[in-house]
Design a protein around this ligand. Structure first.
Ligand code: PEP
Ligand code: MN
Length: 368
């Protein structure tokens, strides 16, 4: 894949030592006054790229679905009068054609669109020959391939100015987030496409104001490129996503509170200390690998024994016993139970997989 969005050219650096890049604005463009006043206040604090939803994909019908084309002249006014670059969401080719008439600079593809390769292909076809930066939000479901597939389709259509927006993933069950961040997914995206800028959208991950700070800080600590965040002059009266929007003044406070750490080490003393500690980690990881190897060997032996004695692989009482014991131990060792639960679940699944292979594949081989 080829991609080369020049963020300097996009000029979304707030004047705070080069980090982070910021794109901000209301969830939805609601009225000319709201659009202009929010933009004025954001511009005043050094933000130069303005986001606003014009066509809003709402999960359920009956809520505000955006002002549509009517909002485009308001955004053009922000561009002309304040010199900001404008970003809007597009979900259909007609949105792109309409937006181009009003000189919209940047398009983002929403989470509910990235899930569908037909939609993405239609957008990619409509974008052929465009020079506008295109930002792609992660799909609502935690599927890295769908996200990658969207970049590939756009890339095949000749789009090079690409960036990702991490906005979290749908989750059924109790969670403090509106969309769980699953940071490992954007981290893996970064490993696969190292030059692709990744913006974090803390607003849609959080769903509420009081969580924004920790998510923004986490994005900075993971060294992601920038933030894509919702801000509204009067959040409580917002027509969409009101719980997660903050006033420009509150956004400034949030940005000022961020600790921006160095991604690279320059100081030799710091380098030496880090490398000594990392050696210890490497040694422990070697031990962990050895232990895992031994544990799997025994699991395989048990598999062969179960097979010889015609016993099922999964035994609920045994599994409950393992989990119960290790979760209790987690507390003593100051490890979170959630973490220990995940580790043991993964190990147990791998053991089952290995035993399954022994029971079935070795059987096929015997029969062959
Ligand atoms: C938005 O940015 O307002 C939006 C609709 O986002 P998402 O596609 O992440 O739900
Ligand atoms: Mn929103």
């Amino acid at each position: 894949m080829e991609y080369n969005l020049d963020l300097e050219q996009l000029d979304c650096t707030r004047d705070r030592g080069g980090q982070p890049y910021i794109i901000a604005g209301p969830c939805s463009a609601e009225s000319e006054e709201q659009v202009m006043e929010t933009a004025r206040q954001l511009k005043e604090m050094g933000i130069t790229v303005y986001r606003a939803g014009v066509w809003k994909p709402r999960t359920r019908p009956g809520s505000f679905e955006g002002m549509g084309s009517k909002a485009l002249p308001w955004l053009r006014r922000v561009k002309k009068e304040l010199g900001m670059k404008i970003a809007i969401e597009v979900a259909q080719p007609s949105h792109i054609f309409e937006a181009l008439k009003y000189e919209i600079d940047i398009f983002w593809i929403g989470a509910r669109t990235t899930v569908n390769p037909f939609f993405i292909q239609d957008l990619a076809d409509a974008m052929k020959g465009l020079d506008n930066p295109i930002f792609v939000k992660n799909p609502v479901n935690p599927d890295l391939n769908l996200w990658l597939g969207a970049f590939e389709r756009l890339n095949r259509a000749g789009i090079r100015k690409l960036a990702a927006i991490h906005r979290g993933f749908s989750y059924f069950g109790p969670t403090k987030y509106r969309n769980v961040p699953q940071w490992e997914i954007p981290i893996e995206l970064h490993r696969r496409l190292p030059e692709l800028p990744i913006f974090t959208d803390p607003s849609h991950i959080a769903g509420r104001r009081d969580l924004l700070q920790e998510i923004m800080q986490e994005a900075m600590d993971l060294n992601f490129t920038g933030l894509f965040i919702e801000s509204h002059i009067n959040p409580d009266a917002a027509l969409s996503d009101k719980e997660q929007q903050v006033t420009p003044a509150d956004l400034r406070k949030l940005l000022d509170s961020l600790v921006i750490r160095e991604p690279e080490v320059h100081d030799d003393r710091v380098k030496n200390t880090l490398s000594r500690l990392r050696k210890q980690i490497d040694l422990l990881d070697d031990e962990l690998m050895d232990v895992l190897e031994k544990r799997m060997r025994i699991a395989e032996e048990i598999g062969r024994y179960k097979k010889a004695n015609n016993i099922t692989i999964f035994q609920n009482t045994r599994w409950n016993e393992i989990v119960g014991k290790r979760l209790a131990q987690a507390l003593e060792k100051d490890l979170s139970q959630e973490f220990v639960d995940k580790v043991f679940r993964a190990i147990h699944q791998e053991s089952i997989k290995k035993q399954n292979r022994i029971m079935n594949e070795e059987e096929e081989r015997e029969n062959a």
